[in-house]
Write a protein that binds this ligand. Sequence first.
Ligand code: PTJ
Length: 245
Amino acid sequence: MIPKSHPRYESLLLRDKMVKASQAGYLADSALIAHGRGEAFDYLIGEKTTYPAKRAMYVAVAALLLSNNPVISVNGNATALAIDEIIEFANTIKAKIEINLFYRTNERVRLITQLYKDHGYKNILGSLEDEMEYFDEIENNRASASKTGIYVADTILIPLEDGDRAEILKKNGKNIITIDLNPLSRTSKMSDVSIMDNIVRAIPFMTKIAEDLKTQDKQILIELVNDFDNEENLKESLEQIKIKE
Ligand code: PTJ
């Protein structure tokens, strides 16, 4: 039991979630290492949502709302940290959710599918029952996608994604949005919109943004997307990392 008075309470709570998810058997072996890398970047931005991240979130939500077939790709880490928030966001923007694991095993897919069902989300894609398709006909787990989800999606939100998977999606013409605390990662550099923020802060904030943008004229959303320069925004994101006492 972590006392609420602990100065690192929020951070320890997330660690606890990750440890429990690891014990439940649905995380990748390297999931805790990936979490630690995220923690380090979060520490350096003061564990707060920065202005460039907010700007990227508005653009990301606008792009998702403008899409014909938006999909949220979820892996072990994203599920462990923000399953309910992801479900709420998906319902708000009418996006599908697809399980998409870098280290895919049938057992992990089975456990994650069950978790989404237990949390009230019935139509999860990428499950063992789903029909999968291979990008570029490469019969490789990392190039697999649901026939009705990522395979035909126009815009995909890929939080905490590995660079190789991001590259496969980009090469296949997808508009990609990432949430990644590391602005130097290949995924951040390759994405059309990169949100340098912790997934636990970003997703609930994006749900609020969606409720607002859904009431706006379509033209405003188009302008938000067209006026955005990801490279420039990533540079500004990097400037938010402050190393001083
Ligand atoms: O469940 P799987 O099999 O798909 O595997 C998931 C991991 C995350 C292990 C896999 O995709 C992987 O190895 O990813 P990487 O290459 O470590 O990239 C994950 C990125 O997410 C890193 O740049 C981290 O800094 C970042 N990150 C970690 N925790 C968070 C985060 N970004 C936002 N919020 C976090 N809480």
